[in-house]
Design a binder for this molecule. Structure first.
Ligand code: ADE
Length: 225
């Protein structure tokens, strides 16, 4: 998979996407992640990427031309399955969206900034608008990092134990069961006996029950779905 991220603050994306599982997935060739600075596509003398809104009022708007040039520099080279815009008024991102995106070959993520982008970009280039929740960030970069992280870890070969992505919370509309490691007793707090029994069938059944109970208690809405 190839992910191209367009941003006016590339520094915000570098750290989250250069470590741990995501870095290893890049090293293994499971994913290519390219971060592009929209400013590099500005023909303005001062490399400006924002301007005043025609409507007046507070807040600057991301200009159309550098974004169009940045997008077309990519789409002229290869086909993209989605051109995503991160914005609080987009559709709510969840595990299903991550699963769907992980099946795509090439995607572009355009990070919103300032008051927003010129609407014509949304009308003519963007194929999907994504919000990571009902709150407003200073820009779409952290949202893009979250989307990328959740998608890349699903790619075959990204994680050493591939079944582990399949047993995540939400993967079958249930939260994960509780999990423990050594020592079996700490300050008198014991790991449930069943997990020490070595009986894999019983352990699996226990995990299913626990996942259901936890979901019912913490996220009953998932069961309604
Ligand atoms: N940009 C600002 N806030 C955002 C959010 N909640 N989701 C996606 N992009 C954003």
């Amino acid at each position: 998979m190839r992910i191209d991220i367009l941003t006016v603050v590339p520094e915000l994306l570098e750290s989250p996407l250069n470590h741990s599982i995501i870095q290893r997935a890049k090293d293994k060739g499971v994913v290519e992640i390219h971060i592009h600075n929209i400013r590099d596509f500005s023909e303005d003398k001062y490399k400006r990427v924002d301007d005043y809104a025609f409507s007046g009022g507070a807040g600057m708007v991301m200009r159309l031309e550098p974004i169009v040039k940045a997008i077309e520099s990519l789409t002229n080279e290869r086909e993209y399955d989605e051109i995503i815009f991160t914005t609080p008024d987009g559709e709510q991102f969840n595990q299903k969206s991550a699963n769907t995106l992980s099946l795509k070959k090439n995607i572009i993520i355009l990070c919103g900034h300032y008051k927003g982008i010129d609407q014509r970009i949304r009308d003519h280039f963007i194929t999907k608008e994504i919000s990571i929740g009902d709150f407003v960030l200073t820009g779409g970069e952290l949202a893009a990092a979250i989307i990328t992280d959740s998608v890349v870890r699903l790619l075959p070969g990204a994680m050493s134990d591939e079944t582990s992505a399949l047993t995540d919370s939400f993967q079958d509309d249930l939260l994960s069961p509780p999990i423990y490691t050594r020592p079996a007793i700490f300050r008198g707090w014991k790991v449930p006996d069943i997990l020490l029994s070595g009986n894999h069938k019983k352990i699996e059944k226990w995990q299913e029950d626990q996942a259901y109970k936890r979901t019912k208690k913490l996220r009953p809405d998932l069961l309604d779905e």
